[in-house]
Design a protein around this ligand. Structure first.
Ligand code: DGL
Length: 273
């Protein structure tokens, strides 16, 4: 084992959405140490301009860099959608990184049988057309149906995730109603917060529609990247999980416990970026 392999994986999002990535990472890479940052003081990112999002993302990366991370996973669809055009990693000193777009698109293109893919995301993500371009670059015959869903992130951050929640269901019916009639067989939940609402999506879209979680796909990609670069930890013990947020620790800890369950041995601390 080398010191390079012992370094943690850094993961960030504007809030708790990136936990969908962290959860999969813990499953696939149980021996890795993980440092997670949720920028809860500034969530949502998805309604902000590209320049503002890039500025926030650079601060998030600089924070994770202090932990000498061996890989940074941008577990945020919104930041991932601007990261190529605004080069957020330039000058950061981070060698290995990935966003969620390309892993999610690969999974969706594999999953679709009828060549009709739906994409939902934040306004910034949908405006960037990043999912559509990436899908079309693989197969120009695939038809893509996109819809921005700005109200999902605040609902998730406030814990409105229960399948029976009437408010969230009403909002989801409004956002997904049209798409449900487009005969898509695959839906990219293009914001990492959205998989927390997947039961409601499935009820509306129909159980035959494959739901793609970008955070989970990015975690799978992390496994292949670390394997290829021979950077996997070979510790026998379970990896540690350090969680940071930029607003109330209590609210964040409640959300974390509700989503990850109490068996994840994680500490939650507030930080300043
Ligand atoms: N989880 C982020 C994403 O994937 C949420 C965006 C936001 O903060 O609006 O886009």
């Amino acid at each position: 084992m080398t010191a390079a392999n012992d370094r943690p994986i850094g993961v960030f999002d504007s809030g708790i959405g990136g936990l969908t990535c962290l959860k999969e990472l813990k499953e696939l890479l149980p021996h890795e140490d993980i440092v997670y940052l949720g920028d809860t003081a500034r969530v949502p990112y998805g309604t902000k301009s590209r320049e503002t999002i890039a500025g926030y993302a650079r601060q998030d990366i600089a924070f994770l860099k202090k932990f000498d991370v061996k890989l940074v996973l941008v577990a945020c669809g919104t930041v991932s959608s601007v990261m190529e055009s605004v080069s957020i990693f330039d000058g950061s000193g981070v060698e290995n990184y990935s966003g969620v777009i390309s892993p999610a698109v690969s999974a969706a293109v594999k999953a679709t049988k009828n060549g009709r893919i739906g994409v939902i995301g934040t306004p910034a993500t949908v405006r960037s057309q990043c999912y559509t371009s990436a899908i079309k670059a693989i197969d120009s015959n695939i038809q893509v149906f996109s819809r921005a869903c700005p109200m999902f992130v605040p609902l998730v951050e406030n814990g409105y995730t229960d399948r029976e929640n009437k408010v969230t269901r009403l909002v989801a019916e409004e956002y997904l109603g049209e798409m449900a009639n487009e005969n898509v067989d695959t839906l990219i939940m293009g914001c990492t917060h959205y998989p927390l609402l997947k039961d409601i999506f499935s009820d509306i879209m129909g159980s035959g529609v494959s739901l793609i979680s970008p955070g989970a796909e990015a975690a799978k990609y992390a496994l292949s990247l670390l394997t290829e670069k021979q950077l996997l930890s070979d510790k026998a013990d379970c990896g540690s999980c350090s969680l940071y947020c930029t607003d109330s620790e209590e609210l964040f800890a409640d959300n974390v416990a509700a989503f990850l369950g109490s068996d994840i041995n994680a500490s939650v601390k507030k930080c300043i970026l």
